[in-house]
Design a protein. Structure first.
Length: 149
């Protein structure tokens, strides 16, 4: 095995680590250490002082729904080429697309378990009437229960 082939990859890895470490050190040494004033912390938009508070953040569920859309959008993009050449791929292609589909379905199950499709507080249903039986139905209609027998 010729190790000389991997020297360039090792050199690039070392260069990347040195660059990342150098960037972190330089930003910590060159960054100002003063606390910003209230004027600098205030939002600035064309010199106009804001009169209202900024809107609330979107709930996390919004982003989870967006992730579901992206996941299934990507799945559809990969399904088209498979549908075009599925006969040429044979069993290998079928197994690969099944593995991909199971992975995507697993991601959907994860997002649903995290509450991606539940909006608002949980609603608990309270029964409005007692359980329905034949005698309660007869009473509700107004017939005499003794006549029904």
């Amino acid at each position: 095995m010729n190790v000389d082939q991997y020297l360039s990859i090792l050199g690039l890895l070392i260069l990347g680590v040195l660059f990342a470490a150098g960037s972190l050190v330089a930003s910590s040494k060159l960054a100002p250490h003063k606390r910003p004033t209230d004027a600098k912390l205030a939002p600035y938009e064309c010199g106009i002082v804001p009169e209202v508070e900024p809107p609330q953040r979107f709930p996390v569920r919004f982003y989870l729904v967006a992730m579901i859309f992206i996941i299934f959008d990507i799945e559809v993009v990969f399904m088209y080429p498979f549908a075009v050449v599925f006969r040429q791929l044979g069993a290998f292609g079928l197994v690969e697309i099944l593995v991909f589909s199971v992975t995507v379905f697993g991601a959907l199950l994860f997002l649903v378990s995290e509450g991606a499709l539940t909006w608002g507080p949980v609603k608990h249903l309270v029964p409005g009437m007692p359980s329905r039986t034949s005698s309660s139905t007869i009473l509700r209609i107004g017939a005499d229960p003794d006549q029904a027998a």
